[in-house]
Ligand binder design. Sequence first.
Ligand code: KMH
Ligand code: ZN
Length: 272
Amino acid sequence: MLMEKLILTCAITGAETTKEMNPALPTTPEEQAEAACACWRAGASIIHLHVRDEAGKPTQSVERFRDAIERIRKKCPVIVQISTGGAVGEKIEKRAEPLKLKPEMASLNVGSINFGDEVFVNLPKDVEMLAEKMKEHAIKPEIEVYDYGMLEYGVKLVKKGVIAAPAHFQFVMGTGHGISGEPRNLCRMADFLPEGSTWTAAGIGRYQLPIATQAILMGGHARVGLEDNIYWSRGVLAKSNAQLVERMAQLATALRRPVATVDETKRILGLP
Ligand code: KMH
Ligand code: ZN
């Protein structure tokens, strides 16, 4: 099977991880630019970006996103994918606001799911609203799915034209309330995608390394980073996001699946 080069995404910050959990978590725009570009140097071509306020709390502030994105852009050419998921409980209008900044990509969560003791709410009307705004601003959505039913719904949206084809999917596996990181689950989800779709897989916690490795072998793309996993190995904290990226880039090379540059990633995903 002829495979495209491997797109490595790094989810550098997220909304749930704290510096108390791992001091290497970048939370200020300066730290985020530094971390994003270290990841780029290590082989990542996409940065999945959440931002934090001055107190380190998750925010969907347009100004905070603008600051982080401008700082990243000054340092390196990595593709920025902003989060429209934000933190659990954030209002949908606030979640949509950073789309005004017209980043190359944005996450699009296509269903609701339990998250810890709360519910991460993504109503169909809100999913469609976000998809519409992404279309308006020529932003490529990354369709975030956390279980098989959500995948079916995401595919339905592509078939209905709410999301343009060929679409890009992200399988988030091992959250504890959605699909787990069992190898067969990734095979099943990848099999269900319409012809021409692209996909990335993100394993949460201990699933990060095996799921990313499986994605390399299957011809998908891989996401790592402190948003999803704070550890390097069992009980040992990761030193940085770039350390996690570097391991995947090395593994990919060893498995004869070279890492895609930013330009190659743009071609593979049809980004301008
Ligand atoms: N923080 C999670 C509730 C996304 O970025 O779109 C949602 C999340 C997904 O991280
Ligand atoms: Zn996220």
